[in-house]
Every structure is written in structure tokens, then in C-alpha cells.
Design a protein around this ligand. Structure first.
Ligand SMILES: [Zn+2]
Length: 126
């Protein structure tokens, strides 16, 4: 099976964030993550603004489509950052410590910051 690559960083496409680009052609391309999508969007907005004064206020939309379940997204994030957590560790820390205002480690905080939507979905808090 052919894996699709991110237009911006050429990494495997795990999420799908569609961004409209203006160079070389007007088309939608896919990015792996919000950071890549934002980067591409910013570059293309600059191109867009250079071309036409009238569209100065126009902004490129990022269309997000998740290809993975919340659990898979959390697992990917852990692996990508080489953390040793299990998904349950993060869920427990979020529910038992973070939400109650207790101390969580710096790396746990990074996980929570990046994965809060997924965590809440798994804990059925949304
Ligand atoms: Zn990417």
C-alpha cells in the first residue's frame, strides 16, 4: 500500500490537513500535522498577498480530516517524541492530576497541551 506523504515535510501522512496552495498551481495539498499546514498556509498567504491587493484580508482555510482514532493519535505522539508513557498514563495524569490542578511533569504537560482534544474524547469529557 502506498503511503501518502506530507506536502510540507515529506513525512508519512498520519493526519490529513488540506491546504490550498497557489504555487505552482492552484490546488489542494495534504499535510501531516497542524504545524506543517500552518507553515504552508503562511507561505502561500504571502504569495497570495503579493499578487493581489484586493485579497489582502483573505485567509487560507485548513481543512482537517483525522485519519486516525484519538488513541492512535496519542500513540503516534508518544512514539514520535520518544516518550515512555502509555496512553493510559496520559489519560490518568490528565484526569487525576491536571484537571485537579496538581503538578504534572514537564513532558506530561507537553503531551496534554498537544493532545487535549484526543484525551478528552477518550475520557468522554467532550
Ligand atoms: Zn508534515
Amino acid at each position: 500500500m502506498k503511503t501518502e506523504k506530507c506536502y510540507n515535510c515529506n513525512e508519512e501522512l498520519v493526519g490529513e490537513y488540506q491546504v490550498m496552495i497557489y504555487e505552482p498551481n492552484l490546488e489542494f495539498v495534504k499535510c501531516c500535522c497542524m504545524d506543517c499546514a500552518e507553515e504552508l498556509k503562511k507561505r502561500n498567504e504571502e504569495i497570495l498577498y503579493d499578487r493581489a491587493e484586493t485579497v489582502r484580508r483573505q485567509s487560507i482555510q485548513i481543512l482537517k480530516k483525522e485519519l486516525l482514532t484519538p488513541r492512535e493519535i496519542i500513540e503516534r505522539f508518544i512514539k514520535k517524541n520518544r516518550y515512555t508513557y502509555k496512553v493510559e498514563d496520559i489519560l490518568n495524569s490528565y484526569q487525576d492530576k491536571f484537571l485537579k490542578g496538581y503538578y504534572v511533569s514537564f513532558t506530561m504537560e507537553i503531551c496534554i497541551e498537544n493532545l487535549e482534544n484526543e484525551i478528552r474524547e477518550l475520557l468522554k469529557l467532550t
